[in-house]
Design a protein around this ligand. Structure first.
Ligand code: NAD
Length: 453
């Protein structure tokens, strides 16, 4: 491991990764690699999670293609050294911000979108001129093997390499000295990563999780709300970091919303979702059992069926939930959706403020006033008004959490900024020298006093 990282460092210090032409070529190669392996990508995601081709294209590959194209379009201008204004006190100087790559970057990926979440950070790392060591998740084993093969066949290991393995391998990697660590995963492991990073003061981005609420107000479009909630929750069988974790609906529309959501579940997944060949499975037995236990909470309105052999759990709506039930303790990360009702928007705010700051928040309703109240009183990573998940696929919007849902952000320009150090440079004139900064008796002090009022 140490040898591999040293080789990357040597390659980085050769300066090879820095020119625009190199970065552009590598991004084009990355896209070509994904295209070349598309059929195998569909196969491994089917094997690891039973993802359909449609879901793989829209939630994994499509996002990466968009991200690569967007980066290629803007990279030249992002890389430009940026001139900034010169204050009067700095007369004679020019002032600039240079974007330099950090060096050798460690990317640690989770299993739930094992292609997208492994490669999206790499796009930013390449764009900014770094070398990359990728550690995919051991729980999406077919994808992990394919990632290894694809990168090994396409890129020189001194530029990008994949290190496969589980927790022990990750711990070994975290003992090494990287120049940047980009971690996507759970809040608990995020804390371990940050602690490890602190030994060398390595900068980190932590893309974590949390309980993302969906608030449904009485003036929403109920049909559309139900459709978008059902899609956002049950895509990838709820194993999405920004999936609505629970629904908090106005008491006046609560019964109608449930009726519509049941209809939408049937429409999207059929009368027997467990027999739907494209319905995503739970990643492993341990998570399946964890989720099965959560089914014991509250009253199941629809769903609740499980198939232990296929590791599938039907889309499930649950009511009669209290804020103190086990299902409300941690991020659910599965196809179970608790629903609760409220009377006043103020109660919603108070309740959500009791929790850690979520990664996402969704508000459904047409009142601008209530939208503003929500936006101004609750802190969360990002989210949507009248939709779910969609914000993360716009490369113009930085994506990341806040508080325990993460720190830092990426996608589009934010990715370039994340993987670049902004180096501030002042270039001083040598033709004259303004004396006020030097200690020089009363006059210098008087001038300084006038300037710094
Ligand atoms: P995880 O934290 O268990 O694992 C992530 C990575 O860390 C894996 O590569 C794993 O090998 C490694 N790891 C696990 N335990 C470790 C330990 N003790 N020490 C060192 N390394 C360790 O997360 P996961 O189960 O793969 O993914 C699910 C979580 O990720 C959810 O909480 C979800 O919300 C979050 N997530 C966040 C985003 C985001 O963009 N913010 C995206 C997807 C998933």
């Amino acid at each position: 491991m140490n040898k591999l990282i040293n080789e990357q460092k040597t390659f980085f210090y050769s300066g090879a990764t820095k020119p625009y032409s190199f970065r552009k070529e590598q991004l084009q190669t990355l896209k070509a690699m994904l295209k070349r392996y598309e059929a195998e990508i569909y196969e491994v995601l089917r094997a690891d999670l039973n993802k359909s081709k449609h879901e793989t294209l829209t939630t994994e590959l499509g996002i990466l293609y968009t991200e690569i194209d967007f980066t290629l379009k803007h990279l030249k201008s992002w890389m430009k050294t940026q001139k900034v204004p010169t204050p009067f006190t700095h007369t004679g100087t020019t002032n600039e911000i240079m974007y330099e790559p950090y060096g050798t970057v460690l990317v640690i990926a989770p299993w739930n979108y094992p292609i997208q979440l492994a490669i999206a950070p790499i796009i930013g790392a390449i764009a900014a001129g770094n070398t990359v060591v990728l550690k995919p998740s051991e729980h999406a084993i077919h994808t992990s093997k394919l990632l290894y093969k694809m990168f090994q066949e396409t890129f020189d290991s001194q530029f990008i390499t994949v290190v496969e393995g589980g927790v022990d391998v990750n711990q070994q990697l975290l003992n090494e000295r990287f120049d940047y660590i980009f971690f996507t995963g759970s809040t608990n492991v995020g804390k371990i990563v940050m602690e490890k990073a602190s030994q060398y003061l390595t900068p980190v981005t932590l893309e974590l999780g949390g309980k993302s609420p969906a608030i449904v107000d009485k003036d929403c479009n109920i049909k559309l709300t139900a459709k978008r909630l059902v899609w956002g929750k049950f895509t990838n069988a709820g194993q999405t970091c920004v999936a609505p974790d629970y629904v908090y609906a106005h008491v006046d529309i609560y019964p109608k919303l449930i009726k519509e959501m049941k209809k939408q579940i049937r429409k999207l997944y059929g009368n027997k979702p467990l027999e739907n060949k494209d319905y995503v499975k739970i990643v492993n037995y341990q998570h399946f059992k964890r989720l099965e236990k959560l089914l014991e909470t509250g009253t199941i309105i629809t769903g609740g069926e499980v198939n232990e052999q296929d590791l599938k759990i039907a889309p499930t709506l649950i009511e009669d939930i209290t804020w103190y039930d086990p299902i409300m303790e941690d991020e659910i990360f599965g196809p179970l959706l608790p629903l609760m009702s409220f009377k006043q928007i103020d109660d919603v705010i108070k309740q959500i403020q009791n929790y850690e700051k979520p990664l996402a928040l969704y508000y459904f309703g047409s009142s601008n006033k209530n939208q503003e109240i929500i936006l101004n009183s609750l802190s969360f990573g990002g989210g949507c008004m009248n939709d779910t998940l969609y914000h993360l696929a716009n490369p113009h919007l930085p994506f990341g959490g806040v508080g325990s849902s993460g720190m830092g952000a990426y996608h589009g320009h934010a990715s370039f900024e994340t993987f670049s150090h902004a180096k501030s440079i002042l270039t001083q004139s040598t033709t004259f020298d303004i004396p006020i900064r030097y200690p020089g008796g009363k006059l210098a002090f008087k001038i300084a006093e006038k300037l710094f009022k």
